[in-house]
Design a binder for this molecule. Structure first.
Ligand code: TZP
Ligand code: MG
Length: 221
């Protein structure tokens, strides 16, 4: 296991399967157990999304999770809170349109941390790519219970986003085992899953199936 900005960016460049541990789907008491399953399933990136946690709770859980991921070179991203990413020495932070602006987060975090940004239109994706982001998330592609208030953008923008955005783009929103092939056929090569992943009866087996569909083996197998 190597640390440092270059290594993180190498791992990001290889990453295609991004899982989000959203604590609205998982009892926080079982969060570490879910992380173990996601590690076994070899997600490339794991984001901790804990909307109801205060920063102290988020920091505590982040510090527990971090070594489990670092050991397997799985990138660890904290949702919403650059200060918690900094304090926990996570690999990076994921910011939404309403979160801390990217330039401010970059000043706080420096170059050693990855910054990802959620985007919901081609314009937002281009704007985010012009900032000091490391990757972009684009969606929701399909309607999703995880972000019920957002209208799906559909599959049609995927080729345009791939063509225009020269940074890694992860497609997100309502993606599951049944529809991932449509997303890949539309031109995506990186996907994020939340509910389909966390609700799977056997998470490691589910991850294996998704990695097969993505035609990847996981970095070190
Ligand atoms: N951003 C855009 S869609 C979404 C987020 C966080 C939720 C994706 O969750 P799911 O359950 O995979 O549809
Ligand atoms: Mg956010």
């Amino acid at each position: 296991m190597k640390q440092g900005a270059l290594w993180k960016r190498y791992l990001l460049s290889q990453a295609r399967f991004y899982g989000i541990l959203d604590l609205s789907y998982v009892d926080p008491l079982h969060a570490v157990n879910f992380v173990q399953k996601l590690v076994e399933g070899k997600v490339d990136i794991l984001q901790l999304r804990a909307k109801t946690f205060n920063k102290k709770e988020l920091l505590k859980l982040s510090l527990e999770i971090k070594p489990l991921l670092a050991e397997k070179d799985i990138l660890f991203i904290i949702n919403d809170h650059p200060d918690v990413a900094l304090e926990s020495r996570a690999d990076g932070v994921h910011l939404g349109q309403e979160d801390m602006p990217v330039p401010e987060a970059r000043t706080l975090l420096g170059d050693d941390f990855l910054i990802g940004k959620s985007t919901h239109s081609v314009e937002q994706a281009e704007q985010a790519a012009s900032e000091q982001t490391d990757y972009i998330a684009f969606g929701p592609i399909f309607k999703t219970p995880t972000k019920p208030d957002y209208s799906p953008v559909g599959l049609t923008f995927i080729p345009l986003v791939r063509e225009r955005i020269k940074k890694p783009v992860f497609f997100i929103g309502g993606i599951n085992k049944e529809n991932i092939s449509e997303v890949l056929s539309a031109g995506a090569d990186r996907v994020v899953m939340v509910s389909a992943l966390l609700k799977a009866a056997d998470i490691p087996a589910f991850c294996q199936q998704i990695r097969n569909l993505l035609s990847i083996k996981g970095l070190w197998v």
